[in-house]
Design a protein around this ligand. Sequence first.
Ligand SMILES: [Zn+2]
Length: 169
Amino acid sequence: MFTLEELASDETIKKEYKKSLLLNIFKKLVVMMKRDDTMKLKVRKLFLQTTDAEMTTKIIVSKYFNFDLSKEDAHTMFQWINAHFNKQPKRKIISLDFKEKLYRLQNGKCAVCGEDLGEDLSKIQVDHIIPWVLVGDELENNYQCLCQTCNECKSAHTDYIFKKLINLN
Ligand SMILES: [Zn+2]
């Protein structure tokens, strides 16, 4: 048995929380751009003109969130924002080959809880790690195979953290 404080200080959980915070900043940015066309144009213009993607992302995040991103996080955020701007309106159809490739990469286990996914590929869910509504199919490494339970309780990023908490036991 763990206390919440002990769990919260676990390195894996810390990493997940940090990623979750970053994702929340990104979500907020998307919402702000949806509400404010002028801001969206400004951000887009900065992105189109930049020769230094990480620096541009750092500037945007510090301007709108008063938050200083590390170079590494700025790089991740840049990829998300870029994917958002290039997002196609239609979902990509995931081929059975691609699913099988993912399945093998994950050794046939659910990416969140680690449970065996079974042999029946038709029952395995391919999930967008960063929700499709935010980045479409533009991010290459944004797919994972999930078991049905994890796919169903995946409404918020915190669900992942919760699953990981359970997994520590
Ligand atoms: Zn699972």
